[in-house]
Design a protein around this ligand. Structure first.
Ligand code: PLP
Length: 287
């Protein structure tokens, strides 16, 4: 059975799924998205992603395309039709289709909704985590509203490509003051020389990562010391460990920043433990 996508009210074969050429998401990046990790065919961190979706849409004055309850049913149906147990669900909601123009359409149009589901091979992901990944740093060049999860991802795409060309899995943006903001598709963390877990605070221009939020809860329950405080690439290089969080990466150990090994250049025990704890919690609370 092939993959199935959802496009504006209909389930269609993935390869035949299309949107209109005047979809504002396509022409103006006038759309937001969310990505849920799927564990046992269920949505991980469901509440956090729904809450952020509603906030992103409200910041852009795009209405929710349907109630949260109805959307949950559609998302679950997309997972069921794809028969995927371990994977990722991508939801995009845009302002809709209208003759091209920058301002919103005079007459409101229905929001455009696309859902795709893809499988993840957990054995491959675990092998990647056990090896750790490298990150590069790159100057922050994104707009001032990175708290809204929009599909305007060109700086992120360019940063990720630069990382790939240098054998790294992620790029960390560095702001004008020399502090890491976040990754191109993840939040950035270190365990500093004093053993304190550090990640950027959400007053900064970053996405309020749902995985980050859940991990903070895990850390609190574990009684671990955390500070939502910026760090520099030099502090990352001098850190005991580092890792990234996101629906795709979960908790992924980082072993080098700009080719400088972190710690002994191997995956650290704390990052691996936090990966296990996060996955346990996400799996247990998935709906
Ligand atoms: N930061 C950026 C720029 C992202 O694109 C993402 C995820 O796609 C994250 C952080 C992590 O967010 P979450 O944990 O909600 O997936």
């Amino acid at each position: 059975m092939g993959r199935i996508a959802y496009v504006n009210g209909q389930f269609v074969r993935h390869g035949e799924a299309v949107v209109h050429i005047e979809d504002r998401g396509y022409q103006l990046a006038d759309a937001v998205y969310e990505v849920w990790a799927l564990f046992d065919g269920k949505l991980a961190d469901a509440e956090g992603h729904f809450a952020r979706l509603e906030r992103s849409l409200s910041e852009l004055r795009i209405p929710m395309p349907m109630s949260r309850a109805a959307l949950t049913i559609v998302l679950r149906e997309a997972v069921r039709r794809n028969r995927i147990s371990e994977g990722l669900l991508y939801l995009q909601v845009g302002r809709g289709v209208a003759p091209r123009g920058h301002a919103f359409p005079d007459q409101p149009v229905p929001p455009a909704v696309v859902i795709t589901v893809s499988a993840v091979d957990r054995a491959t992901s675990e092998a990647k985590a056990a090896k750790g990944v490298k990150v590069i740093t790159t100057p922050e060049n994104r707009w001032g509203r990175c708290d809204i999860k929009t599909v305007g991802l060109l700086p992120n795409a360019l940063a990720k490509q630069a990382a790939k060309e240098r054998g790294a899995a992620e790029a960390w943006f560095v702001d004008d003051l020399g502090f890491v903001t976040e990754g191109a598709s993840s939040n950035a963390w270190i365990i500093d020389a004093d053993g304190v877990l550090r990640t950027r605070d959400t007053n900064a221009n970053i996405l309020r990562g749902v995985t980050r939020r859940t991990l903070l809860d895990v850390l609190r329950d574990e009684g671990m010391k955390v500070e939502e405080r910026p760090f520099t690439p030099a502090e990352a290089a001098a850190a005991k460990e580092a890792f990234i969080t996101g629906a795709g990466s979960l908790v992924l150990p980082v072993v080098a920043v700009d080719d400088t090994p972190i710690g002994n250049g191997e995956v650290g025990p704390v990052a691996m433990k936090l990966r296990r704890l996060y996955i346990e919690r996400a799996r247990a609370t998935a709906v």
